[in-house]
Design a protein around this ligand. Structure first.
Ligand code: ASP
Length: 322
């Protein structure tokens, strides 16, 4: 049986992204049924390894595996031998002895999934490695944008403009979403305070800079990002185990941040007709995104959550060549 890992969006080209999303769209039909289960991965074993906090990604990977009829096992950082000091390498070698077909890994260190892939015969899916990538989030964001804009037939996003707003430097979602959006033809602009928007994103195909108020009216979608205080070190939240040492906060104050970069109802009113609001979650309501916008008519945030299951089902199927 062929096995393929998904470590970064760069592992899949435009045609493969569209193929995975098309399969996701077929699973959308299964999700409408009373019994949301297909036999695609019956007899296969998936181990979900989450060494960093997660609600959406871990739940949707577990549901995705179960709805494909695979045997799914969940290992968390807390409560496992990681707490006793076992390394990621030893954990992977140990779990590999159970002959899993797929390891889904979230870890605080950039490159953890690449490293893990060297010590297992299973396909590895990166479910978020530090500030680096979160490829299945990029795919589900792309699916949700295509769905909202009526592009589920060809997943061609040409002509669409997307703003990614906020703490881009800390965001693995920003990297993966940017790669997926631009590969399918959308134009992306990255907006945020200078300390949060690396110029290097230009080399990745985005336009960098400008203020939210300058670009808002032209955008078809605005993806708001959480300020990842735990990755800056705010003096209160400890950095996750294995994460880079915290640096000084890239913003002077939350109040000042909100003045320029929060999506308030007043700002959302300036968005063009049919433009959507996205957020990978968790939302810090009242910081980057206000209640009325998060739960308002432009918001597709719950579509992102729902679509996470079917896109991850398609990715699991792709990994196992089923
Ligand atoms: N849930 C996303 C992630 O794991 C975004 C976030 O935490 O703000 O990267």
């Amino acid at each position: 049986m062929s096995r393929r890992s998904l470590l970064t969006i760069d592992d899949i080209d435009r045609a493969e992204i569209a193929r995975i999303l098309r399969v996701g769209n077929r699973f959308a039909e299964v999700m409408q049924r009373d019994i949301k289960k297909v036999p695609t991965l019956r007899g296969r074993t998936i181990i979900n390894m989450f060494f960093e906090a997660s609600t959406r990604t871990s739940t949707s990977f577990e549901l995705a595996g179960k709805r494909l009829s695979a045997d799914v096992v969940n290992v968390k950082g807390s409560g496992s031998s990681v707490e006793k000091g076992e390394t990621l390498k030893d954990t992977v070698i140990t779990l590999n002895a159970y002959a899993p077909d797929v390891l889904v890994i979230r870890h605080a260190s950039v490159g953890a999934c690449q490293m893990a892939a060297r010590f297992t015969d299973a396909a590895v899916i990166n479910a978020g490695d530090g500030k680096h990538e979160h490829p299945t989030q990029g795919l589900l964001d792309t699916y949700t944008l295509a769905e909202a804009k009526g592009r589920l037939d060809d997943f061609n996003l040409k002509g669409l403009k997307v703003a990614i707003v906020g703490d881009i430097a800390s965001s693995r979602v920003a990297r993966s979403a940017l790669a997926a959006f631009t590969t399918l033809g959308a134009k992306v602009v990255c907006v945020g305070p200078p300390g949060m928007v690396p110029r290097g994103f230009e080399a990745l195909g985005a336009t960098v800079g400008g203020s939210l108020d300058d670009v808002l009216a032209e955008m078809d979608a605005v993806m708001m990002l959480r300020i990842q205080f735990e990755r800056h070190g705010d003096g209160k939240t400890p950095a996750p185990a294995g994460a880079e040492a915290p640096k000084a906060s890239p913003i002077a104050s939350v109040r000042e941040y909100r003045e320029f970069y929060a999506l308030t109802p007043e700002r959302a009113a300036k968005m063009k007709k049919g433009a959507i609001v996205m957020h990978p979650g968790p939302i810090n309501r009242g910081i980057e995104l206000d209640e009325a916008v998060a739960d308002g008519p432009r918001s597709v945030i719950m579509r992102q959550v729902t679509n996470g299951v079917l896109v991850r089902m398609a990715v699991l199927r792709w990994c196992l060549g089923a």
